[in-house]
Design a protein around this ligand. Structure first.
Ligand code: PLP
Length: 396
């Protein structure tokens, strides 16, 4: 089926929730994808920070195939080894003592919100259920997570929202402290705001948040759905801060493209959940766990984190050079391979022109170009992307 036919079939039958790019993708390998006409693209979207090891990574593919032949799914009423292995790995490599598995970022955040409320209900005394979240944050599309998301555009038309959420500016510890009331049970935030435009807070911000949470006895929840699994050059972005949260959520890159999410917590906090409190039919599904196991193993054993840090610095330096040449770029920033350019004007035209030249990038918030390539990119890939951006910006 050619691309035009795929697009027409999709447009006639799928609900209209995405403003889609007119490209039908059929195949991927490493940092490249191909469309139905076999046109090649350099993919600096990578499923939006999902395919951190690159597309169809052979080790992940092999693990999924092997698991599919053995056992694909059983109820969480039973034990399985892949799930136990992944949970043990995550516990060994993070601050957390326990893991809950689900299928997406929004579900992981739902689970975090429920755990925070349950913990508060049991350990903090009555009436403490409010969460403080950040303006311009993004936490997902379920009712609780659009409420947690501090952007009206995601909430419009869906009221009434959930009770018990207040919003403060990101990167402003004083505003956070001032917003705490006797009803507050926690704060939820992204270590770097992703959908909000790759907003990197001050180096000391997370430590300040931790200090406030400790002094005021509230929970610190970090949403690492986008920043986790190596994206910023460390396994988890909170590791840059020198402090640890009480709860963390993961999804996106966890299965390198297989849909899986997780919510992790310290023992004392996790203890608020008892059988019957929360569940997911597919959470911790065997195929997903096989994908996660292979992804995490490759991430730490194949030098992917080192490459991410090295290529992140290389890319950032190249973007700074590009900014000197093109005044349309007003700011350049990044950590690891989560990078962005702010633009003086709307970015949609640049995104479209890059596509024409074989580079996939994404624009967030209208005027921010976001770059979240696979963490296995090399300097040649980055040079190619920069050359395309350079030629496209000549015309702006
Ligand atoms: C993508 C994202 C989510 C939502 O994840 P889904 O899997 O789409 O539900 C939540 N939080 C952050 C920070 C994200 O980037």
């Amino acid at each position: 089926m050619n691309g035009k036919k795929i697009m027409a079939l999709a447009d006639a039958n799928i609900m209209n929730t995405y403003r889609r790019v007119p490209i039908a993708l059929v195949r991927g390998e490493g940092a490249r994808v191909w469309d139905a006409e076999d046109r090649e693209y350099l993919d600096f979207v990578a499923g939006i920070a999902v395919c951190n090891l690159g597309h169809s990574h052979p080790k992940v593919v092999k693990a999924i195939k092997k698991q599919a032949k053995e056992l694909m799914h059983v109820s969480n009423l039973y034990y399985t080894k892949p799930q136990a292995d992944v949970a043990a790995w995550l516990v060994a490599h993070s601050f957390a003592d326990r893991v809950f598995f689900c299928n997406s970022g929004a579900e992981a955040n739902e689970a975090a919100i429920k755990l925070a409320r349950k913990y508060a209900h049991e350990k903090m005394g009555g009436g403490r259920f409010e969460l403080i979240t950040m303006k311009d944050s993004f936490h997902g599309r379920t009712m609780a997570t659009i409420t947690a998301t501090g952007q009206e555009k995601f909430q419009f038309g869906f009221t009434p929202l959930l009770d018990g959420f207040t919003y403060v500016p990101f990167n402003d510890p004083d505003a956070l402290e001032a917003a705490i009331t006797p009803k507050t049970c926690g704060v939820m935030l992204e270590p770097i705001q992703g959908e909000g435009g790759v907003i990197i807070p001050d180096a000391a911000y997370l430590a300040r948040v931790r200090d406030i949470c400790d002094r005021r006895h509230i929970l610190m929840i970090v949403d690492e759905v986008q920043t986790g699994i190596g994206r910023t050059g460390k396994l988890f972005a909170y590791e840059h801060s020198g402090v640890t949260p009480d709860i963390m959520t993961l999804a996106k890159a966890l299965g390198n493209g297989f849909p899986v999410g997780a919510m992790l917590a310290r023992e004392e906090v996790a203890g608020a959940f008892v059988p019957g409190n929360h569940a997911s039919t597919f959470g911790g599904n065997l195929l997903g766990m096989a994908a996660v196991k292979a992804t995490l193993k490759a991430l730490v054993e194949d030098g992917v984190l080192d490459n991410c840090r090295e290529m992140g610095e290389y890319f950032l330096a190249k973007l700074r050079k590009l900014q000197e040449k093109h005044p349309v770029i007003t700011d350049v920033r990044g950590r690891g391979l989560m990078l962005a350019c702010s633009l003086a004007s709307e970015g949609a035209g640049i995104v479209g022109a890059c596509q024409e030249k074989g580079l996939l990038i994404n624009c967030t918030g209208g005027k921010t170009l976001r770059f979240v390539p696979p963490l296995i990119v090399d300097s040649g890939d980055i040079d190619e992307a920069i050359a395309i951006l350079d030629s496209v910006m000549e015309g702006t």
